[in-house]
Design a protein around this ligand. Sequence first.
Ligand code: SF4
Length: 375
Amino acid sequence: MTAAPLATLAETAERVNLLGLTRPELEAFVASLGSKPFRARQLMHWMYKRGVDDLAAMTDLARDFRALLGERAEIRTPEIVTAQQAGDGTRKWLLRADSSQAFEMVYIPETDRGTLCISSQVGCALDCSFCATAQQGFNRNLTAAEIVGQVWLANRELGYAPGGDRIITNVVLMGMGEPLANFRSVVPAMRILLDDLGFDLSRRRVTLSTSGLVPQIYKLAEESNVALAVSLHAPDDELRNQLVPINRLHPIAELLAACWHYIDEQNGRSVTFEYVMLEGVNDSPAQARALARLLAGHPAKVNLIPFNPFPGTRYRRSPDAVIAAFRDELLQRGVMATVRRTRGEDIDAACGQLVGRVIDRTTVRLGSRGQVVQI
Ligand code: SF4
């Protein structure tokens, strides 16, 4: 990928946020200030290894260079509006996008890992009928700096000490928004998460979750190698058209072909298919068998998600016994399946519950509001 025209950016009144720059972009930026590429590596070390956001504190940078940086650049994370902690230790932050809008991120601690769920957009235009974010509408894409800034900020809020054990071991792009509808910011942000001078996360510990933007999945296969998760939620097109309206543009057969292509290209292990369990809608044994027919023999895992209700929804969560029976049908047919434990329900931080604060600017949407998706 080519670097952004940073010299031009640096010359504008607005200071460049260093957090959103990949290593080549940061090298280009320091070159535009007349400095050597190794300065970019020093900056990354300060920002990501030591968690420093004050340019003046970067004491091994020459004083003149620091002064110039201070004029042209900054390290700016999203601002916290509110922070909440659930009884099970799950934490949720509302982060400011601008004076009137906000998005959310969630940290889920477990015994063997800590997962940070980050957002890629303020709201979402894809209008999935079971999703609280969809009810808010869509306002704008987050920048690469705002995406990377969530991880930086969470590390600080969780008390990560430079050189100490990782607190955030996994990052999932499953918060507000459709990541592949914000391809231009999401891909560089993921590069920074994986860069050994960045957050140095393994590609298997960074997961991008999509509702099924097929052309972008093919493009992603050329540009990234993170783990892929797909919101499937139905075993046939008729039902999926209702639950995930993007299916009208990219039906299940097309979507699965793109998934298998991604795994082939990226030498990946498997695609995770998310399947929210909605009572009486998609949870019958016959639907489990239909799902198994789609996925058996392919590199697929199914993650069954008990539905988390939100105000105004018409759906109910499937009973535990129904979810277990659905899982067993899949397992008996050779499809790997697990049930996701619901976390953070008491602070509305569970899957599908993130709402943020969004002023809807969507002009055209799928689902009940329109027929064509705008991305
Ligand atoms: S499930 Fe994901 S893609 Fe669908 S509306 Fe919600 S945030 Fe958007």
